[in-house]
Design a binder for this molecule. Structure first.
Ligand SMILES: Nc1ncnc2c1ncn2[C@@H]1O[C@H](COP(=O)(O)OP(=O)(O)OP(=O)(O)O)[C@@H](O)[C@H]1O
Ligand SMILES: [Mg+2]
Length: 388
């Protein structure tokens, strides 16, 4: 049971005074006891370096790594009691899967009998669906099977922290989904504080209690999956989270009495001031629409702006389709249902509810207005027609 804290942690590779690479820049992150933190960001943003500093495989250039408020910077990796699964995991090649799994437990002074260890190995192997392979050596396994053994070796113990670095990268899509649910369930069951690295936003959104989004070594936002989706601190987070990627257009903004008038050139609309959580002082804003929030005009009674587009490509995904089109404002992507009668070249008129529109400062790219979850409020009022 451990509360993890990164207090101004910085890592510079090379000479900080000369041309050193700042891999991690002044990170402040606190992970409450038992929480599941996901470190999310593009390749090279410093995720692995951060995890390695937590695990003790890398020393911070500045700042402190703390476990339960105690600085562990000088504690060696093997004395930190953390279990790690890394991208480049290494199994003991001369040992069987059974021996690889049980090795850590045998070595530890944990009072477990051989029978208890054997039972635990069997349980973990069954969970990871590698129980048929217990007598094989790593050389006889596929990459994905090896990865599951590495995962098993970490989760078989009950350490202070679990650290995972893209532990599912070599698995096929189906197994990846099963495994991430398993990891999620396992972690909530045993309640061990965990930090999990991925560049896959969907994985992050499904598994995390809280997500730390990094870019160029800097923390962009630390928040729940809900918060980073609906209230991203800036355009980078907004476009990194959510699939398909948010549509973004430039627009002029003009202040009216109780609204902001947004002029995209192709469409002009008002956003009530009570929906905006900042005072807009710039003349230009970036307007963001999530593809899921766009509807075909006329399909829903929405009092929002309308855009005409011409369909380029339709990609069906089950009952809905991702439609890419050209509009006068630029490329537009929408995720809509009822697409069967549509084909490329057709005109498509789209609309969006004002609550769902995002606004960003055109200069700083900071959020001015997030996506309000109005459906929930609507559901509560419409159920029996009584306002609650
Ligand atoms: N040992 C090292 N020496 C020098 N530079 C390094 C070293 N390790 C990492 N870097 C640099 O630090 C930055 C962050 O690297 P890191 O491996 O933490 O990124 P990452 O977010 O894990 O990326 P990926 O998703 O590709 O694994 C990169 O610019 C990388 O080139
Ligand atoms: Mg990495």
């Amino acid at each position: 049971m451990t509360r993890l804290e990164l207090d101004g942690v910085t890592k510079v590779f090379g000479d900080p005074e000369k041309d050193g690479v700042v891999a991690v820049d002044d990170l402040h992150i606190e992970v409450p006891d038992g929480d599941f933190l996901v470190l999310l960001g593009p390749s090279g943003c410093g995720k692995t370096t951060t995890l390695r500093m937590i695990g003790g495989l890398e020393n911070p250039t500045e700042g402190d790594v703390k476990f339960d408020g105690i600085v562990v910077n000088d504690v060696k990796a093997r004395n930190r009691d953390v279990a790690m699964v890394f991208q480049d995991f290494a199994l003991y090649p001369h040992m069987t899967v059974r021996q690889n799994l049980g090795f850590g437990l045998k070595r530890e002074d944990n009072g477990m009998s051989d029978d208890e260890i054997e039972q635990r190995v069997t349980d973990v192997a069954e969970m990871l669906e590698i129980d048929q392979l217990l007598n094989n050596k790593p050389g006889q396994l596929s990459g994905g099977q090896q990865q599951r053994v590495a995962l098993g070796r970490a989760i078989i113990r009950e350490p202070r922290l679990f650290l995972f670095d893209e532990p599912l990268a070599n698995l096929d899509a189906q197994l990846r989904k099963t495994m991430r649910t398993e990891i999620d369930e396992l972690q909530s069951e045993v309640g061990i504080t965990s930090a999990y690295v991925t560049h896959n936003q969907e994985e992050a959104m499904t598994i995390a209690d809280r997500i730390a989004i990094l870019n160029h070594g800097e923390l962009q936002q630390l928040g729940s999956p809900d918060a980073v989706f609906n209230e991203p601190t800036n355009l980078f987070v907004a476009q990194f989270v959510g699939s398909p990627t948010m549509n973004v257009f430039t627009a002029a903004v003009d202040e009216r009495e109780d609204a902001y008038r947004i002029d995209m050139g192709t469409a002009t609309f008002d956003i009530s001031k009570r929906l905006v959580n900042a005072v807009i002082e710039t003349d230009e804003v970036l307007v963001g629409f999530r593809p899921q929030d766009l509807y075909r005009s006329g399909n829903r009674r929405i009092d929002g702006p309308e855009f005409d587009s011409e369909i380029r490509v339709i990609e069906p995904v089950g009952t809905e389709a991702v439609v890419h089109g050209d509009s006068d404002a630029g490329d537009v992507t929408a995720k809509i249902g009822g697409f069967h009668e549509l084909s490329s070249g057709d005109g498509l008129s789209l609309t969006i509810a004002p609550e769902h529109i995002y606004l960003f400062d055109a200069n700083t790219e900071e959020l001015l207005k997030g996506r309000l979850i109005s459906e929930r409020a609507d559901d509560q009022t419409s159920a029996d027609g009584v306002e609650v």
